[in-house]
Design a protein around this ligand. Sequence first.
Ligand code: HMG
Ligand code: MG
Length: 285
Amino acid sequence: MDKGVCEIFEVGPRDGLQNEAREIPVAEKVALVDLLSRAGFSRIEVASFVSPKWVPQMAGSGEVLTGIKRAEGVRYAALTPNMRGYEDAVAAKADEIAIFASASEGFSQKNINASIDEAFERFVPILEEARHVDMPVRGYVSCVIKCPYDGMIAPAQVAAVADRLFAMGCYEVSLGDTIGAGTPDSIAKMLLAVRDVVPVGRLAGHFHDTNGRAIDNIDASLSMGVRVFDAAVGGLGGCPFAPGAAGNVATEAVNAHLMALGYETGLDQALIEEAAAMARQMRNG
Ligand code: HMG
Ligand code: MG
């Protein structure tokens, strides 16, 4: 039954909480991260250094990063769209950062007010600085199946953006089905194209569960060799700039599923469920 190791990258405190209507106090976010830190994750995305005018929910990111109890062996990650965000992430002692690009022009404009090429221009100095200080940089591609503005996205478009992120120095590229439009068939076709340009061991699946297909899409990705999946406890999430996007696939469901399939994740299911309950409570206030 032993199928080897799979990693879940917990994104709830960032991708999850960035979309909550309620203003969540920093202390609550810190409590959630501290609980997650005990569950066995090696990477947790906890912050986002973006404009507070665009995403007010992430305004306290610096305080979250400095307020948490850092567990040994856990890397605490932050999203950074530009140099300003990178500098704030470094000041708050993020262990790794993530840059994010879109496979579609429509979403790129709505999300970061820039074209795909302009986004990459902003990334160049970030990667240069990060290289000097050995800061790991992860890359996201959004809208890998469908864009809420441009419609269906060709696998070749996704591969082109993933290739650019990997070539510029991202150690891993996370493929975001931002609005949860993927099916096992469309995910497999997209992965076939991306695998040609980025080694499959450097890819992660980032599936939102709008249509209830995220676990099926994880299965399709597993069969293509992907072994890292982003997930959010309690199925929190969405994107303020992607209307209709539902939450990320729930960490507790992904972990239970992977364990049932015989993969080793190193996570404590009881603690994850406790964190999921806390996350759901945070949503309700
Ligand atoms: P802009 O308005 O085009 O750029 O924003 P700007 O450079 O003219 O800046 C405007 C204001 O923002 C200025 O302040 C800047 O100082 C400030 P003002 O002069 O008006 O007072 N500013 C910043 N403040 C804090 N931190 C910064 C920063 N940069 C500028 N880093 C910008 C461009 C990218 C900043 C903006 O569009 C933005 O913040 N967008 C938010 C994007 C975002 O967070 N989206 C959600 C995350 S992506 C996602 O969820 C998808 C993912 O999960 C994968 C998937 O599911 O597909 C990753
Ligand atoms: Mg997302």
